[in-house]
Design a protein around this ligand. Structure first.
Ligand SMILES: NC(=O)c1ccc[n+]([C@@H]2O[C@H](COP(=O)([O-])OP(=O)(O)OC[C@H]3O[C@@H](n4cnc5c(N)ncnc54)[C@H](OP(=O)(O)O)[C@@H]3O)[C@@H](O)[C@H]2O)c1
Length: 306
């Protein structure tokens, strides 16, 4: 919509960077990207856990939409810092949804497929209505964030939840994404490792999600259901992704041992087996327009991507 003001939280993160760039590229928006600790000078610093500062900043900007990408998304960090993760992943989205009603902006809360246990996805994948059952603190806090946002929606906030699966795409460091990092593992031929060939993942490109979000904000809010799913439809184990990377890079993967049995030991039960998200309801609103996994990586790596 022409003249819209878009605020992107977590605009220094992997998804937020793509979302910020996509709205800027669309040229018809005024875009404000928010960061917390990043040194990126084109972004505005705001610690979202500071309620008063957040309220003041959003009252000053008067956004049309806030795309809330900021979160603690590392499951291991979430386990170690449960209070901090609760604050960022639950209190902050709940407060943003309250502000959406008070200041009158529309909110997209980015959530995760890890709200499901992944033990037995229905044929075609989990629907937005499927019961959630997160297995770890990260998924629990993201699910509780959803609950807070949806509660505010019942009280009049224009807020929508968008669940996405594991992300990949352009990132300053491969370690910033659970998919990109596999490239480093493939390249490090001298280091022997076990690689998961059991859990099913649907890696989804942040550029595709960003373009979807630009198209989503063009729709009338009244047409949007409370929860939407966005996911690519190609499934891979981590080992299968490594094979693709090795093939593109012309490398072998004899240094990797595929592990096709369910994981055992500490923390083993906390990683879901298969959280396939059904996108049928989303596709009634908009086409997904997902990039092919291999095609994107071939072009990205040939163009000098890391
Ligand atoms: N990564 C995945 O595979 C994945 C999968 C499913 C869903 N998601 C969801 O997708 C969203 C984006 O994930 P991502 O991978 O792009 O995350 P990310 O790269 O780790 O970025 C996190 C962002 O949150 C910001 N942030 C952290 N604490 C903050 C605070 N107190 N105040 C303001 N901003 C703060 C960070 O800002 P600074 O860097 O400036 O501190 C950073 O921009 C999250 O909601 C995540 O739960 C991610």
């Amino acid at each position: 919509m022409s003249g819209s003001k878009i605020v992107v939280t977590g605009a220094s993160g992997v998804l937020g960077t793509a979302v910020h760039n996509a709205f800027e590229k669309a040229l018809r928006y005024e875009v404000v990207g928010l960061k917390n600790k990043s040194t990126a000078s084109h972004l505005v610093q705001l610690d979202l856990t500071d309620k008063e500062a957040t309220k003041q900043k959003l009252e000053e900007i008067k956004p049309t939409w806030v795309i809330h990408c900021a979160a603690e998304r590392r499951p291991d960090v979430a386990e170690k810092d449960q209070a901090g993760t609760q604050l960022l992943n639950v209190e902050v989205p709940g407060y943003l949804a309250e502000l959406a009603r008070a200041i009158n902006f529309k909110l997209v809360y980015i959530s995760t497929d890890y709200v499901f246990d992944g033990r037995s996805p229905p044929p075609g994948g989990y629907t937005p209505e499927s019961p959630t059952n997160p297995l770890q603190i990260y998924g629990q806090t993201k699910r509780d964030g959803e609950t807070a946002v949806l509660q505010a929606r019942k009280q009049g906030a224009k807020a929508v939840v968008l669940r996405v699966p594991v992300l990949y795409g352009p990132a300053p460091n491969n370690a910033d994404s659970a998919v990109n990092i596999l490239i480093d593992v493939v390249r490090d031929q001298s280091k022997e490792s076990n690689m998961d060939d059991y859990a099913i993942r649907y890696p989804t490109n942040v550029l595709d999600i960003a373009s979807f979000l630009v198209r989503l904000t063009d729709l009338s809010f009244d047409t949007l259901p409370p929860i939407l799913h966005y996911s690519a439809n190609e499934s891979f184990t981590k080992y299968q992704m490594c094979k693709i990377f090795a093939d593109i890079l012309g490398l072998g993967i004899n240094h990797m041992k595929p592990v096709s049995t369910p994981p055992t030991g500490a923390g083993a039960t906390s990683r879901p087996y298969n959280c396939h998200l059904s996108t049928a309801e989303t596709e009634k609103l908009l086409p997904l327009e997902c990039t092919g996994f291999r095609t994107w990586w071939e072009e990205y790596l040939q163009d000098g991507g890391k």
